[in-house]
Write a protein of this length. Structure first.
Length: 125
């Protein structure tokens, strides 16, 4: 089985479960849901969610997802004169459609550590 991870807030995930699908703003704005691999998730959280203590990490079974998942370069590139993102050469999983709660096999609280950095728990799918 192949898994990808998605970072969201606990409140947003609970609302999505009640609604029957997860449709974060990026789906409307960019046409896909941002996801990460196990090795990318901590860096993504540290870069985009610094200071947040209300996050959860969704473990998504790719085989249970109806919409396509494409591994692509990061959605945004650094403007001229700004340091290049060291993750720019990586491919990130992008989910091109809503996420059904049934595709999520595990939901994990995802707070930052005492130093403010995020760490993905060992032993995840």
């Amino acid at each position: 089985m192949a898994f990808v991870l998605h970072i969201t807030t606990d409140a947003e995930w609970r609302a999505s479960v009640a609604a029957g699908s997860h449709r974060p703003a990026s789906l409307e704005r960019e046409g896909f849901i941002h996801c990460s691999t196990y090795d990318q998730a901590a860096g993504t959280a540290t870069k985009y969610f610094a200071g947040r203590t209300d996050l959860v990490l969704l473990c998504i079974d790719e085989a249970r997802v109806a919409a396509p998942i494409r591994y692509e370069p990061p959605a945004s590139a650094a403007p001229p004169g700004v340091d290049r993102d060291p993750r720019a050469d990586q491919r990130f999983p992008h989910l091109y459609g809503p996420l059904a709660p049934e595709a999520v096999v595990r939901v994990i609280a995802f707070p930052p550590g005492p130093d403010g950095r995020f760490r993905v728990p060992a032993g995840l799918p």
